[in-house]
Write a protein that binds this ligand. Structure first.
Ligand code: HEC
Ligand code: HEC
Length: 312
């Protein structure tokens, strides 16, 4: 009974969806983003630099690869310093600036807040900011870059600010879906359009909407059936301690989703078609046919955007 009550607002939300114009539920990524070039270039240098880790072996880029347009490491769960395995799958850094909070459980309020996390996480980079700042102060290149951009201040605040500025530029515009939203009706093929219709009529859109097709609300993983959680993973509950937040996570973005396998916080779903079928089962209580799943996958592939120059 409880389950049904929870789902009603979801479904009443859905009833009107197909009647609505797609453009009110989705928005294309901006074709041009504003950022401070000098800060972002310093942020890029930091992003690529394993000096930010305790033993000098792990940089942000190890777990969030940029060149292939994925922003992830393609592992079920990430590997930090000394080969340590983390508990959850790495989400993409691409377009993360448009997420309303950061991390699966939303424990960081923005990118700058987030960037402090991995550096000090013992399973990831295992360092601390006083030590990292000291290492950077010993490097004349950093000294002059920080001098230019932050008047010489090399602190947690300036380090994370520069990284966040770089991440603001990690936006992948001009996907075929965005071209379609901007009015080019030929940008999607017939089966991709059918996939988009299914995405709306089956109810995916109730959680995956907005500019990132996700990233703008918390939802429970496992609305209709118990979702396979990784050990001790309770989602938003870990942050709030509120029973009703158990297994709620930030709904992930679907942008570039065809590039970011494996899927879900557990990283145990190897391919997109399986992920789509599982979403139908766990989140919507339906079984999608293989034909429907294939069409939705075809649609999701149109969310591949352009890799920005700064990421190359
Ligand atoms: C050892 C691998 C690893 C390293 C190194 C790492 N990350 Fe992550 N990153 C992850 C994992 C795993 C998560 C998800 C953790 C969670 O939600 O609890 C994550 C989450 C994020 C997110 C949040 C995305 C979202 O949608 O919630 C951003 C942004 C991010 N990392 C950027 C960075 C930056 C910047 C650095 C370098 C300072 C960095 N990461 C270093 C593995 C890593
Ligand atoms: C009730 C909300 C809800 C609905 C409806 C929903 N999703 Fe999701 N989706 C989520 C949440 C929450 C997650 C993250 C689950 C986790 O890993 O804990 C997710 C994850 C995903 C992922 C994996 C993302 C990643 O980075 O690993 C894909 C792909 C996906 N959804 C596609 C779909 C499709 C296609 C549909 C429709 C068939 C759909 N979703 C319906 C909430 C929803």
């Amino acid at each position: 009974m409880k389950k049904i009550v929870r789902v009603i607002p979801l479904l009443t939300g859905l009833a009107g969806v197909s009647a609505l114009c797609a453009s009110s539920l989705f928005a294309p990524l901006p074709q041009h983003v504003d950022f401070d070039k000098e800060k972002a270039m310093l942020g890029k240098k930091l992003y690529l630099d394993p000096k930010l880790s305790k033993d000098g072996t792990v940089a942000c880029i190890n777990c969030h690869v940029l060149q292939d347009g994925s922003g992830v490491d393609h592992l079920a769960t990430s590997t930090g310093i000394k080969g340590q395995k983390g508990p959850v799958n790495a989400p993409t850094v691409y377009n993360a600036v448009y997420n309303f909070v950061q991390f699966w459980d939303g424990r960081a309020k923005d990118l700058q807040d987030q960037a402090g996390g991995p550096v000090e996480n013992p399973l990831e980079m295992g360092d601390n900011f006083p030590d990292v700042s000291q290492k950077l102060k010993n490097d004349p290149q950093y000294v002059s870059a920080f001098e230019k951009v932050y008047g010489g201040k090399i602190t947690k605040e300036t380090i994370t600010d520069a990284i966040a500025e770089f991440e603001k530029a990690l936006v992948t515009p001009n996907s075929r879906f965005d071209q379609f939203l901007r009015g080019d009706k030929e940008a999607l093929s017939k089966s991709e359009k059918e996939g988009f219709e299914l995405f709306q009529s089956k109810g995916c859109v109730s959680c995956h909407n907005g500019v990132n097709l996700g990233g703008n609300l918390y939802q429970k993983a496992g609305v209709f059936e118990k979702f396979p959680q990784t050990d001790n993973f309770t989602g938003r509950y870990a942050v709030t301690g509120d029973e009703k937040d158990k297994y709620f996570v930030k709904v992930p973005t679907l942008r570039n989703i065809s590039r970011t396998a494996p899927y879900f916080h557990h990283g145990k779903t190897p391919d997109l078609r399986t992920a789509v079928v599982q979403m139908g089962y766990y989140q919507l209580g339906i079984s999608l046919s293989l034909d429907e799943a294939d069409k939705i996958v075809a649609f999701l592939k149109t969310l591949e955007g352009e890799v920005p120059e700064i990421a190359k």
